[in-house]
Each structure stands twice: as C-alpha cells, then as structure tokens.
Design a protein around this ligand. Structure first.
Ligand SMILES: NC(=O)c1ccc[n+]([C@@H]2O[C@H](COP(=O)([O-])OP(=O)(O)OC[C@H]3O[C@@H](n4cnc5c(N)ncnc54)[C@H](O)[C@@H]3O)[C@@H](O)[C@H]2O)c1
Length: 325
C-alpha cells in the first residue's frame, strides 16, 4: 500500500513527500523533472515520467499497489498560461484526465488535488469561503477549476477526492533541506529573497495605490510545511470514508506586500531594495481564506506565522543561492 505523489519533485510536492514519510507511508513520486529536482525527493522512490503516460502509470499502480494519490503535477505560472494556453490545457487538464482514467482502471479511489485560490479571481468579500462564486482570471486558474469540476462529475464518482485550494505557499523546510527555487518561481517571497541576496536582481512592487491600508495587495501566505500537513489530513479524511469536497488551505490572515517587506527587513536585518512599478493586470486587491471548513472537517489549521515563513525562506535562500544546483 503506497501513496503516489505526482509532481513530488516540485516545491510543495517535495515537502509533502517528507510529511507522508513521517506518517510511515510508503511513497513513490512520479515527476518529469521538467520543473522539479531529483535532489528534493528525500526518502522515497522516484519514477521519472509523465502523468499522461498511461502504461507507465499502470505499471506504477501494479508494482507499488497504489491506494491513494496526491496530484501536484502541473504547470503553475499565471503569465505563461496566458501566452501558452494550449500547453496548460494539455498538461494540467488532459494530463489529469489520463491519470484519473488509469487510476480508476486500477481501482485507486482516493485522490487529493492541488487546486488554487486563483479560481476565485477577485472575490466579492474576504475572507473568502468555498461557496464564493468562482471567476478565474487566467488560463492557469481555468485549468484548476476544470479539474475540480471533472473530479465532482458523475463520470468520476469512482474516485473520492479533496481539492485543496491553496493560498500563497511560501517558506522552506525547518531543517533547511528543501525549499523553493527562485529561478523557477514568480512568487513574492522568492523574489523578495532574491532582492536581498542577489545584487543583480531588480525587485519591483506591482502597484502601491490599491485601496488597502498601505496601498499594496493583500494575500494569505501559508507555510509550505503547514500546507504539506493539510494533504495528510485530506488523505486521512478520504480513508475514513469522506465524500468528495473542495477546501481552502490558508492561514486566514491577510498580509500586504509592504508588511511582508517589513518582516523580511526584520529577519535579514537589512532593508529590501525595491522600486514601485505599475499595477499588474489581473492582480486582485485582497484575497485571504476563510479556513473554517479545513478546521472543522479536516481538523487542520496553520501553525506557522509570517515570521516563521520568512525566517525559513531566508535561511534556505542564503544557503542555496543557486537552488539545488
Ligand atoms: N506554489 C503555490 O503557491 C501554489 C498555489 C496554488 C496551487 N499550486 C499548485 O500546486 C501544485 C504544486 O505547485 P509547486 O509550487 O510545487 O510547483 P512546482 O512547479 O514546483 O512542481 C510541479 C512539479 O510537477 C512536475 N510536472 C509538471 N507536469 C508534469 C507531468 N505532466 N507529469 C509529471 N510531472 C509533472 C514538475 O516537473 C514539477 O516538479 C501545482 O499543481 C500548482 O498549480 C501551487
């Protein structure tokens, strides 16, 4: 009985593999390594290959006696999804459909999916609950919503799933063994870290004239180790007969870009160099999670605060200036 983790050589997947191993589960990772690192896969088997390769997935199901799957494998860059939409539909949606079909053929019936708060677009109110209407503002977000809908459809009722709508994953492992690659990420925390540690990098804040307390956008930053534990809770929920559901995974705290910069300055003990640029198209003003469903149904809540996120990220980046290379 083994857990299959697709995309387990990526940022969140690698942290989740370690959390799974700590619960004594056997784990096998399936990853193309196109955007992941084999060095990030600790204490689990790694199969290099594609989720859409039905023969390979069938072989893994058979060989490892797969009972449950955590599905991270996807492309995740919002901007790239707008310029290369076909690539995103093929990998994120067609690839997932091929994976699901193969899993169903092999009797695998528990599936945790990496969805995203991006499906809400600009929510009408915050904190945002799972009942908020979805309004994706990018191809990336549309692909995430498409998979959620496929998972809820009667054709896929053989598989019970939890779609976890992540807010902004950030930070690195507490033992500094794995973290995010700033070359592979457009996210705020790795960009702030790069601004602190790479003099050649120019860091721009996208707009400071939003209707927020300090004019910058507000997001919900969730420590990657807290996020990893949410997957364990979701697998446990399914193992105990839980029904297909969609669930936010965030802290419930809204943090502005300027607040995050202040925390980075405090942790690094030097000011973050930045300039203020124009607003970026499609950036919602404020998005943070209502976490009551995760608290009550999954018995999960975040334990790390913003300082812990920034400290772990700074520690990781200053000791891994070239990522895993
Ligand atoms: N990082 C975030 O803040 C965030 C927020 C919301 C949702 N998500 C979702 O969480 C998941 C993981 O995100 P991440 O930040 O760890 O991304 P990542 O890019 O670090 O990891 C994704 C991994 O999937 C692999 N992969 C991609 N396509 C594949 C395929 N067809 N077959 C096998 N492997 C494949 C890549 O090589 C990579 O290792 C993604 O689905 C992403 O959309 C991430």
């Amino acid at each position: 009985m083994t857990t299959l983790v697709t995309g387990g050589a990526g940022y969140i997947g690698a942290h989740t593999v370690r959390a799974l191993r700590q619960t004594s589960r056997d784990v096998v990772v399936l990853d193309t390594l196109e955007r992941g690192n084999k060095e990030a896969v600790i204490d689990a088997d790694l199969v290099v290959g594609d989720i859409a390769d039905k023969n390979l997935v069938a072989e893994i199901c058979h060989k490892y006696k797969i009972t449950e799957v955590v599905h991270f494998a996807a492309y995740k860059a919002v901007g790239e999804s707008m310029t290369q939409p076909k690539m995103y539909w093929q990998n994120n949606v067609d690839g997932t459909v091929a994976l699901l079909d193969t899993l169903i053929e092999h009797g695998v019936d528990r599936f945790v999916f990496s969805s995203s708060a991006a499906v809400y677009g600009t929510p009408k109110s915050v904190p945002v609950t799972e009942n908020e209407p979805t309004m994706p503002e990018s191809v990336y977000a549309e692909t995430k919503l498409a998979v959620e809908n496929i998972l809820s459809s009667p054709e896929r009722s053989a598989i019970k799933s939890v779609s976890l709508r992540y807010f902004n994953a950030a930070g690195a492992s507490s033992d500094n063994k794995i973290g995010e690659d700033w070359l592979a990420s457009q996210n705020l925390v790795p960009r702030v870290m790069r601004a602190l540690l790479d003099q050649a990098f120019h860091f721009e804040v996208f707009g400071d004239d939003y209707p927020t307390r300090d004019g910058t956008c507000i997001r919900d930053y969730i420590h990657v180790e807290d996020l990893a534990l949410a997957h364990i809770k979701a697998l446990d929920y399914l193992e105990h007969g839980g029904k297909t559901m969609i669930c936010n995974v965030g802290t419930g705290e809204g943090t502005s870009v300027k607040q995050l910069l202040e925390m980075a300055t405090k942790v690094a003990q030097r000011a973050v160099p930045y300039t203020i640029g124009a607003r970026r198209d499609g950036d919602p003003v404020s998005v943070y999670a209502d976490t009551r469903l995760a608290n009550s149904v999954l018995d999960w809540r975040a334990t790390h605060d913003l300082q812990s996120i920034i400290e772990s990220a700074f520690n990781w980046h200053r000791t891994h200036l070239t990522g895993y290379r």
